[in-house]
Design a protein around this ligand. Structure first.
Ligand code: 5GP
Ligand code: MN
Length: 316
């Protein structure tokens, strides 16, 4: 059932032991939104824990509360009165689903949200879930602290490509300004999160050699099979480099993380790439989506390219 922001705040106020979670393969918005909301709820006297079923990249240790994020163990039972999933539908929270047996509240900005949570607050116009969480925190009447502001600013900055993407609205900027006033430090966040290990920067050179241009230059992508990924770690943000190629509308990366299991990222300058991601059980936003294809790299590439070409033709 979809609910309003005021009802979302009331739902949080009505529960005491709250577990927060976000998607596997967590990004700045998933981590920042969870931790930002954690700080606010703790200030209101709630018993709050954050569990994410994945490793959290060390670069995010710049966010206050990073060390408090737990990873559920197999068979673990985490007692709670309410499970809150942010920046995700309940299908991508991994083991947290089994570990927490409680009513579910979902707060998200993905238009592809499956609506399966008991209660859902969805705002597809929000650039980041962090933008929603800021508004929610105002609604809750919790104090805007520096800790919270650092976390939410990170979510906002990373989901908007540091305020460059088309999802950046006047409201996004107003929220960012409010977070700066609360003590967020953009330079500290960007220095920590834009750092890359030496080996990863080197592997960028390897990956970029594999760029292919398709559809007369309207599509560009990089496929990295499992063997190459064993030798060269896949650099973060690779898709951003494909996206900037002149004339390219759809950019993709396909990484065979495990033999026969490929993670796909899609970006576009206009075409609705959720139409491609949804065909493989994924989702996301019009201009940024993703999915997993359970096939070896070469086969997955053929299926993905076919789907891209179809959507491109339909859009033309
Ligand atoms: P990325 O390419 O950065 O992993 O993801 C781009 C966007 O698509 C993000 O908003 C992300 O949450 C969403 N997304 C990526 N992979 C999946 C997926 O497998 N399922 C769904 N529903 N959304 C995804
Ligand atoms: Mn997000």
């Amino acid at each position: 059932m979809q609910i309003s922001l005021t009802e979302t705040a009331a739902e949080l106020k009505a529960h005491e032991r709250i577990v927060l979670t976000a998607h596997v393969n967590p990004d700045g918005d998933a981590i920042g939104s969870s931790l930002g909301l954690m700080h606010a709820l703790k200030a209101l006297g709630k018993e709050v824990q954050v569990f994410i079923d994945d490793d959290i990249p060390a670069a995010f240790s710049v966010l206050p509360g990073y060390e408090l994020i737990g990873k559920p163990e197999e068979g673990q039972n985490i007692p709670a009165d309410l499970l809150v999933a942010v920046d995700v539908s309940l299908d991508r929270i991994g083991r947290v689903n089994e570990a927490v047996k409680a009513p579910t509240l979902n707060i998200d900005h993905h238009i592809t949200n499956d609506g399966k949570a008991d209660k859902l607050y969805l705002d597809g116009n929000a650039a980041a879930t962090a933008e929603i969480i800021y508004q929610l925190i105002e609604e809750l009447g919790a104090p805007c602290t520096q800790e919270m502001a650092m976390c939410l600013y990170t979510g906002l900055a990373m989901d908007t490509g540091w305020f460059r993407f088309s999802n950046t609205t006047p409201n996004t900027m107003r929220v960012a300004a409010a977070l700066l006033a609360c003590g967020a430090q953009p330079h500290v966040i960007s220095e920590a999160l834009e750092q890359r290990p030496f080996a990863e920067v080197q592997s960028l050179a390897f990956a970029l050699q594999k760029i292919e241009l398709l559809a007369g230059g309207k599509v560009a992508g990089i496929c990295l099979d499992h063997a190459s990924l064993q030798e060269h770690e896949a650099p973060e943000g690779l898709i951003g480099m494909v996206r900037v190629i002149e004339g390219v509308d759809i950019a993709f990366t396909l990484k065979e993380k495990e033999p026969g299991l490929c993670r796909v990222s899609l970006r576009s300058k206009g075409v609705d790439v959720t139409k491609i991601a949804l065909q493989f059980g994924g989702g996301g936003h019009v201009r940024a989506a993703g999915c997993t294809i359970e096939k070896p790299c070469a086969e997955a590439r053929i299926e993905l390219v076919k789907a891209i070409m179809q959507v491109l033709e339909e859009t033309a």
